[in-house]
Design a protein around this ligand. Structure first.
Ligand code: SAH
Ligand code: SF4
Length: 347
């Protein structure tokens, strides 16, 4: 069956021509999909009946099935999708008091990077997602919001997986989030564990998409222990790539820092971080650690968080605390994993 979300406008035109329909019908179908959030051809009421029937018989909207869904007390929705081959990925929607509606989407089933504090890292790597599978997660949140008269405003690639390990499909997906879903580049953020050569490559793509880099430690010794990727791309090399990115794009980088009680939340660490980042246009996003089953660390106490921010501020580095969302349903940063898949595997 053809997947309408996976077809470009040109693909759709060609197919409709084969079926004996005018090219402008392709634009109509896409307007139904992306502007009005239609999920079945039945809803596309201004199409000729014959075309609606043909679409119903030979196409579907999307390739993934919802496996389970949970809603948090704060309104965050976490959804587990089953892909065509049975792999499971999670996707999160965060509504805010304002008109902001942010989707957090996955780029891989599992992750190969093995960061010790992250549930996705703890489960290991299953496979890369295709660009279609990455985009569909956002397209479906978008469609559901459109049907309620709302709009998906922001997308963050911060779900399961390392986007730059799946670089090519991620880039295709980023472009389609903009062209198909109409999300502005400045409302999209890609988060990377710090694959330095890919950060350099990304600087040359000419996209205005935001970049977030997961740092979490300010010495190689500490970062090695948390993030195996640091052995491959140590802090100096990573920060060099970030400086090049900032210079080329003129954009400020966000550094993510999960605050782990008693491990990376002391003032000396903050001082060292300020030195590492000195002169780099950036912003530090502090995330009190979210609990995961495979790691014994806990979140920093609020007074430690405040002191950490003070130290950065004294050095002119802005730091903000990321508001924790969806913690009661394990939808917070680093908590995504395919529990269901694991459960069915356990005898
Ligand atoms: N693979 C990418 C994007 C997904 S993770 C990356 O690592 O950047 C999104 C963010 O959540 C990253 O900054 C990651 O380090 C952070 N994170 C992972 N586990 C976490 C946890 N248990 N608590 C808080 N943040 C966590
Ligand atoms: Fe992978 Fe990011 Fe989790 Fe590290 S923090 S294991 S890179 S998803």
């Amino acid at each position: 069956m053809l997947d309408l979300y996976a077809m470009t406008e040109a693909d759709l035109k060609a197919r409709l021509a084969e079926w004996g329909h005018k090219p402008f019908r392709a634009g109509q179908v896409r307007a139904w999909l992306y502007d009005r959030g239609a999920t079945t051809p039945d809803e596309m009421t201004d199409l000729p009946k014959a075309l609606r029937e043909r679409l119903a018989a030979e196409t579907r909207v999307g390739s993934m099935d919802v496996d389970t869904e949970q809603v948090s007390r704060d309104g965050t929705i976490k959804r587990l999708y089953k892909l065509h081959d049975g792999q499971l990925v999670e996707s999160v929607l965060m509504p805010y008091q304002t008109l902001r509606r942010t989707a957090c989407i996955s780029t891989q089933a599992g992750c190969a990077m093995g960061c010790v504090f992250c549930a996705t890292g703890q489960m290991g790597f299953a496979r890369h997602l295709t660009a279609d599978e990455i985009v569909e997660q956002a397209a479906r949140w978008s469609a559901e919001l459109r049907q309620k008269g709302e709009r998906l405003s922001n997308v963050v690639l911060m779900g399961m997986g390392e986007p730059f390990h799946n670089y090519d499909q991620t880039l295709i997906a980023l472009r389609r989030l903009m062209s198909d879903l109409g999300i502005g580049a400045r409302h999209i953020t890609v988060s990377t564990v710090g694959l330095a050569p890919r950060i350099r490559q990304f600087a040359d793509e000419g996209l205005q998409v935001g970049l977030a880099v997961s740092l979490h430690a300010s010495s190689d010794e500490a970062r090695d222990a948390l993030m195996p990727v640091n052995k491959r791309y140590p802090i100096d090399e990573l920060i060099d790539a970030c400086r090049e990115y900032a210079q080329k794009t003129g954009r400020r980088i966000t550094f993510e820092w999960a605050l782990i009680r008693g491990r990376n939340d002391d003032e000396a660490t903050a001082e060292r971080l300020a030195r590492v980042l000195s002169g780099l246009p950036c912003h530090v996003n502090l995330i009190p650690l979210n609990p995961t089953g495979g790691y014994d660390g806990g979140p920093s106490d609020p007074d430690r968080v405040a002191r950490f921010i003070d130290v950065l501020a004294r050095h002119g580095i802005p730091g903000t605390i990321r508001v924790r969302r969806g913690i009661d349903i394990d939808a917070g940063c680093g908590q995504l994993k395919s529990t269901v898949q694991k459960k069915t595997r356990t005898p």
